[in-house]
Design a protein around this ligand. Structure first.
Ligand code: PLP
Length: 381
């Protein structure tokens, strides 16, 4: 930790030692105005406040805290994670192919497939567990972008960020890491060589299932693509609303404690499930027997995240019956909130991605692990 770099918990709890200049308030004031008045000589009353699509002190504060958390030179927030992805990919243009990891968040797969088809862009979906083949593909196609998600969702596979960054650098490709499931508490992709880290801030960063938001944070803000993305956000208007930015800031203050509590719960639940006779497989890098345990231990700090999947013995109907019998855990999509959610991803992904029909994804929250385990136990029995 450098002298001027605060530890994440201090940075987050105080939002970078925020104090309202006018009142001394510890909480950022919410300013709902979309437009701001000028003086008689037409100079703005506040040069930072002209029109809220241009600038907004609440989303600027969120960006500054996130940039410090991610060891980034700059960060931008968006009205959703997918708005961040779509602005970035659109700004790259169609001249070079893009590479997207297989078996990641389905919304990213669906959007990039449709976008590339419409734009006549080449899209190559690759196996995140096979860097040799990725290196060969990159050598042959010189992609503009390599997009990885680690841990991936819902397969919960860990991708070697440093190794993928070396492949990207060898071909002047941009490596973007979707670090939503890892969170800035457990992973620092920019320190491992990624060029941009992305989050669906809808998940752990906000943490309370009441805001849609996205983040891109960049290691080197002088990259031309970063300047384009920044300009496009301003010009095309994919900005986060002030109230959403305020809620995001409020949620972020407790990010560290929430993430560590949820990760500790997930680790206990993963062990319980792995030892249960009604469960075929548990996918969680925190388990010593997981194929990615060694890599995840090297690449993540302080925990392995709150997302895990498990395959129920007996197939689709049995998995759906287990989900249906839960009384504490809630059947709903999303992850990274304080409440524990379960999802049958095959239903969502419509058999499009090979996700097993007996797989259930658990997005673990911060409730009592004893209650969550008792609920799973009664549902599996
Ligand atoms: C890993 C991951 N990346 C990106 C997204 C998309 O984010 P949003 O829903 O905020 O657009 C999601 C949403 O579930 C996600 O889980």
């Amino acid at each position: 930790m450098t002298a001027n770099r605060k530890t994440p918990d201090t940075l987050l709890a105080q939002l970078g030692h925020f104090l309202d200049g006018e009142t001394g308030g510890l909480v950022p004031p919410f300013q709902p105005a979309t437009t701001f008045a000028r003086h008689e000589d037409y100079a703005p009353i506040s040069p930072q406040h002209i029109y809220s699509r241009d600038d907004n002190s609440l989303f600027r504060l969120a960006e500054s805290v996130i940039a410090q958390l991610e060891h980034a030179e700059d960060a931008l927030v968006w009205p959703s994670g997918l708005a961040a992805l779509s602005t970035l990919v659109s700004a790259l243009g169609p001249s070079r192919p893009i590479f997207v990891q297989r078996g990641i968040y389905y919304g990213v797969t669906v959007w990039t497939r449709r976008h590339c088809e419409r734009m006549g862009m080449q899209l190559i979906e690759f196996d995140g567990q096979d860097p040799e083949t990725l290196a060969e593909l990159a050598e042959a196609h010189k992609p503009a972008l390599i997009w990885i998600e680690t841990p991936s969702n819902p397969w919960i596979r860990t991708v070697d960020i440093a190794r993928t960054a070396a492949i990207a650098d060898a071909h002047q490709s941009l490596l973007v890491v979707d670090s939503t499931a890892a969170t800035p508490i457990h992973s620092q992709p920019l320190d491992l060589g990624a060029h941009i880290v992305m989050h669906s801030a809808t998940k752990s960063l906000n943490g309370h299932s009441d805001v849609l938001a996205g983040v891109l944070a960049v290691r080197d803000a002088s990259l031309p693509i970063w300047q384009d993305v920044k300009q496009d956000r301003h010009d095309a208007g994919a900005v986060l609303g002030g109230f959403e930015a305020w809620l995001l800031l409020r949620g972020m203050r407790t990010l560290g404690v929430r993430v560590r509590a949820a990760s500790a719960n997930a680790a206990r639940i993963a062990r319980f499930l792995a030892d249960h006779s009604a469960v075929e497989t548990v996918r969680y890098p925190g388990l010593p027997e997981d194929p990615d345990h060694e890599l995840a231990t090297r690449q993540m700090q302080g925990g392995f995240g709150s997302l895990l999947s498990f395959d129920v013995r007996g197939g689709r109907e049995r998995a759906l019956a287990v989900a249906g019998r839960l009384r504490t855990i809630i059947r709903a999509t999303s992850l990274g909130g304080v409440e524990t959610l379960i999802e049958h991803r095959h239903t969502i992904e419509a058999g499009d991605t090979g996700v097993p029909e007996n797989l259930l994804r658990l997005a673990v929250g911060i409730e009592s692990a004893d209650d969550l385990i008792a609920d799973l136990d009664q549902a599996l029995s």
